[in-house]
Design a protein around this ligand. Structure first.
Ligand SMILES: [Zn+2]
Ligand SMILES: [Zn+2]
Length: 397
């Protein structure tokens, strides 16, 4: 098949995929409750005769497409499935029909794109080996990738390499961006509780002041990034909640809740941040005579792109769309659990620009904002890009 014929066929499938995307968008669900998406995906796969299993990590789906011959490597392409707990204000006709839930990260578009890829590959089978489509639930803080791995993804549906993408409203439609090494940060959440003897604010000498202690802790934490992290490494520590007091001006509260997030690249920095936070909390609590608790939860691992995976991605974008469509991505401190797949397997993750229209257009709003919408024009571009990876990596002898 010539490149033009393939582009035309994928274009036709992408027209249909636009409708799937809008249907998925209307029915957003979160955190292992993605039953609509699971059912929708399974119905399309069944219709096209693609072997698949549901129920991996509860609502996840894994499909397998055999090539012209199955003698060859196995490649996987991943789409995340979940929406967000947020209200939608996009005003589009296919807006969320569930109040308080929204596909505000474009995972509806990721699913439609990987489905379009599946339909194309099943029709053409212009490869040798196997392709797996991995539809993963609970990307947004639910450790869906880890759960799929824990439930035996690699044993039940082995693959050699895995590729994924995220729509990127911050870049123009058609611009792909990628880098080798760390591209997205590990994301951790923490929660600290300081407890002491509260009391009359006029008699601080017979109380413990959790607010003063907490304030010192917030200040001390700043040194972990600015003084203890190698300036050429990167880390973020943001305290996002500081809760104490009942509103009364004359009461010293008994407890203070501090919580927030840490973003790091690389296990050494991540481990040090957690260890040093723990030490600082212990010391500050001791200094002020307080009890304390500290929970540090690792939410997602960093996304680390291997050299050869990135080379495959770069070559595919360049062949299809020209080298001007490819940018070097600066690593971002946002999180994405695709990194968990890249620890045991090779492959790479890429951002695909979707910005179009004026600055108020839904396709140019930031991810996780209420007026955002996935750009359907991205579906044929990424489906073709994935097809190119599959057909070149699995070209056979
Ligand atoms: Zn997101
Ligand atoms: Zn996302």
């Amino acid at each position: 098949m010539t490149m033009n014929a393939r582009r035309a066929l994928i274009g036709t499938i992408a027209e249909e995929a636009k409708q799937w995307r809008r249907e998925l968008h209307k029915h957003p669900q979160t955190m292992y409750e993605e039953t609509f998406a699971c059912g929708f995906i399974a119905a399309r796969l069944k219709e096209w005769g693609i072997a698949h299993e549901t129920g991996i990590a509860k609502t996840g789906v894994v499909a397998t497409i055999d090539g012209a011959t199955t003698d060859g490597p196995v490649l996987a392409f991943r789409a995340d499935m979940d929406a967000l707990d947020m209200p939608e204000e996009s005003g589009v006709p296919w807006a969320s029909q569930t109040p308080g839930k929204m596909h505000g990260c474009g995972h509806d578009g990721h699913m439609a794109t990987v489905l379009a890829l599946g339909k194309y590959l099943q029709q053409t089978k212009n490869f040798h080996g196997k392709v797996r489509l991995v539809f993963q639930p609970a990307e947004e803080g639910g450790r869906g990738a880890v759960r799929m791995l824990e439930e035996g993804l690699l044993q039940r549906f082995p693959f050699d390499e895995i590729y994924g993408f995220h729509n990127w409203p911050y870049g123009p439609l058609g611009e792909f961006s990628i880098c080798t090494g760390y591209m997205m940060a590990a994301c951790d959440f923490f929660e600290i509780r300081l407890t002491g003897r509260g009391g009359h604010a006029a008699l601080p000498n017979v109380c413990n002041d959790v607010i003063l202690a907490g304030s010192q802790l917030v200040t001390a934490f700043q040194a972990l990034v600015s003084r203890e992290t190698d300036p050429l490494d990167a880390a973020v520590l943001s305290v996002t909640n500081f809760q104490a007091g009942s509103g009364a001006c004359n009461v010293l509260p008994e407890t203070l809740l501090l919580s927030g997030t840490v973003r790091t690249f690389g296990p050494a920095v991540r481990e040090r941040m957690e260890r040093r936070m723990r030490e600082m909390i212990q010391h500050v609590a001791e200094m002020f005579g307080l009890k304390h608790s500290f929970a540090y939860n690792r939410i997602t691992d960093a996304v680390f792109n291997y050299d050869d995976g990135v080379e495959t991605c770069r070559a595919s974008v360049t062949r299809l769309f020209g080298s001007e469509s490819l940018k070097v991505q600066r690593p971002v401190t946002g999180g994405e659990d695709f990194g968990s797949f890249l620890e045991p397997r090779k492959g790479a993750f890429i951002f695909a620009g979707q910005g179009a229209g004026d600055k108020d257009a839904p396709q140019r709003q930031g991810l996780h904002t209420p007026r955002y919408d996935f750009n359907d024009d991205l579906i044929p571009l990424v489906a073709e890009y994935f097809a190119e990876i599959a057909e070149t990596r699995l070209a056979g002898a």
